[in-house]
Design a protein around this ligand. Structure first.
Ligand SMILES: [Zn+2]
Length: 88
């Protein structure tokens, strides 16, 4: 749920037009923003670790994975990547 930029009317994610003033709502943009908000800090760190790993910067990758695992010691994707780094 959000509010119309034009008139302040309450709008819902499935609405295509504002019920208050009839403005066409930027639904695609809103969905993109919602997706960004769902990315957790953990995901961001894991993605960063993956990038470091692909670049061969294993120490950096391990640092990021350690942070992920400090928050969530059972994070399976982080544990898997850490295992790959150790096997190298
Ligand atoms: Zn409006």
């Amino acid at each position: 749920m959000s509010v119309c930029m034009e008139c302040g009317f309450i709008i819902y994610s499935e609405d295509k037009y504002c019920g208050g003033c009839g403005t066409v709502l930027p639904s695609v943009k809103q969905q993109a923003m919602a997706t960004q908000q769902e990315l957790t800090m953990e995901d961001v760190r894991f993605n960063l670790a993956s990038v470091y790993f692909k670049m061969g910067k294993n120490e950096k990758a391990k640092e990021e994975l350690d942070k992920v695992l400090a928050d969530n010691p059972r994070d399976q994707q982080a544990l898997n990547l850490l295992k790959q780094i150790k096997e190298k």
